[in-house]
Design a protein around this ligand. Sequence first.
Ligand SMILES: [Fe+2]
Length: 250
Amino acid sequence: MEVYDETELLRENERLRAELARVEREAADKELQLERYAADLRETFKQERTRSQELRRSYMATVRALSNAVEARDAYTGKHAERVAAYGIEIARALGIPLSDAPEIEFGFLLHDIGKVAIPDAILYKPSCLTERERALMAQHPVIGAEIVRGIEFLGEAADVVRSHHERWDGGGYPDGLAGEQIPLAARVFAVADVLDALTSDRPYRPASSLRAARETITSEAGKQFDPRVVDAFNSIPDATFERIAAETR
Ligand SMILES: [Fe+2]
């Protein structure tokens, strides 16, 4: 029977313990390093998020300034652009399309009529009927607007809303006579929001419709002026939502 040298065993035991302690220390160091690395990453992400939120806020301020410049000329529409943008976002949300997450879409809603800056006051506010020539010039506002926003990269798809907000589902709109899904979705959503606002706002020549009457008019235009799917989404939104937006943007 082999006899172990007890001292030898103790020494071996000691050596193994030391080795284990070293390995544990190394593992702890690595863990610490990883934690630091994760914390750095978290910090970077946080800064990045803050930066992009700041950027978005400054974009939004710029877009609002532009949209206010257009609205300032128009006495009776009040905060039309803001209201219609809020209606549009609700409809987009009800459609279940991530459109509402795309800030460019909201920019497009706010800037839809920016092309009107090029329309003379005498035409824009003419109390009587427009002549054929005046009407043709007025119908250019989506084209002019799209030209204005074209070179601004952060506006992205906003230009689609600006250009196509007067198109009709049945192809009878302007300026391009697009039909059905040829019309960018955001513009189809906007068209309903815009008409909702027009119908429920007072005009010099007629009083505002009730929300209920506006719903009936819009519903009767499903498949004609409007995308039926957008009309369905619009009708799924309770009155209270539109009433709240209207009260906030009076
Ligand atoms: Fe317009």
